[in-house]
Design a binder for this molecule. Structure first.
Ligand code: CP
Length: 323
């Protein structure tokens, strides 16, 4: 595997899930595979889970790890071509990338959407520059449009906790005071569509996700109808994806105070079939979900986060095997 961005990069999903199950039972089984190999993790944005779980996964496989926080200690990087660099950015990404590649064997990238230029974001410009100029296999640690390590961990968690063969999984939009990217819901939709689940997406009109990720999914604008019979509720906020409203790309479409009826609370969960609650974290309590739901017995947010180590171990193992 030379790059990891989408579900199809992993090959047959059932095989990947079985590999994840086995690795979870013995996560150090391949601790010689990464001997004398180095993972470089490049962060353009903050992280808690991705940073810790990916580093742990690489250590499980015996790798050395270097972490670069681009905005804390490195030169500020210009990412656009054709600009006159007379501002505060001292180095261009196009020199920095091959230099980074020369110090490592694999690269993980976290680089969020700017949410101002949809074409730039949806072309995955920064990630693709790393693929093209680093000379190394590259994997997404949440990029402009996708967060596949999260979606893989989410699917592992659903597999572990499902109580019927083909569970109903609902992705619900929830309010948030700031504009957030669409990476998590895009990947969650893409991976659920590839899995054997009954998948429904619910959100206010205007927040339609890109069909490249949701094609074939049921969209239900009535949140209550969507929740009926659900086995898993996955809450997440996202800003306007610009699909039905191109001029509003990256914006919040309504004052969040008027959208608090979308917050997942005990009443919402009572519409379901005693569903499990899921969220990728970090989460704003009282906005996305109430305290009682996230702390309740059906909440999976902690095991879901723990499975980030497993999804990363599978992906890094596959990349090491293809070096
Ligand atoms: N879910 C997730 O990616 O968490 P971090 O942003 O803390 O890495």
């Amino acid at each position: 595997m030379k790059s990891f961005l989408n579900v199809e990069d992993l090959g047959p999903l059932a095989q990947a899930l079985e590999e994840a199950r086995q690795l979870k039972q013995d996560r150090f089984r391949f601790d010689q595979l990464g001997r004398n190999k180095t993972l470089l993790m490049v962060f353009f944005n903050n992280s808690l889970r991705t940073r810790l779980s990916t580093q742990k996964a690489a250590m499980n496989l015996g790798m050395n790890v270097i972490v670069l926080d681009v905005n804390a200690g490195a030169w500020k990087l210009e990412t656009e071509r054709g600009v006159i660099m007379d501002g505060d950015k001292s180095e261009h990404l196009l020199e920095a990338i091959p230099v980074m590649g020369s110090y490592c064997d694999l690269i993980g990238i976290r680089s969020f959407a700017g949410l101002t230029d949809r074409d730039y974001d949806y072309a995955e410009t920064v990630f693709q520059q790393f693929v093209r100029y680093s000379g190394r296999p590259v994997f997404a640690m949440e990029t402009a449009t996708v967060h596949p390590l999260q979606a893989f961990a989410d699917l592992i968690t659903i597999e572990e906790h499902k109580e019927n063969q083909r569970p109903k999984v609902v992705l619900t939009w929830a309010p948030h005071p700031r504009s957030l990217p669409q990476a998590v819901p895009n990947s969650f939709a893409q991976w659920m569509m590839a899995a054997d689940v009954d998948f429904v997406i619910t959100h206010p009109e205007g927040y339609e996700l890109d069909p490249a990720f949701t094609r074939g999914a049921r969209i239900e604008y009535d949140q209550r109808k969507a929740f009926e019979g659900a086995d898993f509720v996955y809450a997440k906020n996202w800003s306007c994806p610009g699909v039905t409203r191109p001029d509003d790309y990256g914006k919040i479409l309504h004052d969040y105070h008027t959208m608090m009826h979308w917050t997942v609370d005990a009443e919402h969960m009572s519409w379901t079939r005693d569903a499990h609650f899921m969220h990728c974290l970090p989460v704003r309590r009282g906005m996305i979900v109430t305290d009682d739901v996230i702390e309740g017995p059906r909440s999976l947010v902690i095991p879901e986060a723990a499975n980030r180590e497993i999804s990363a171990t599978v992906v890094i193992k596959r990349m090491l095997e293809s070096l």
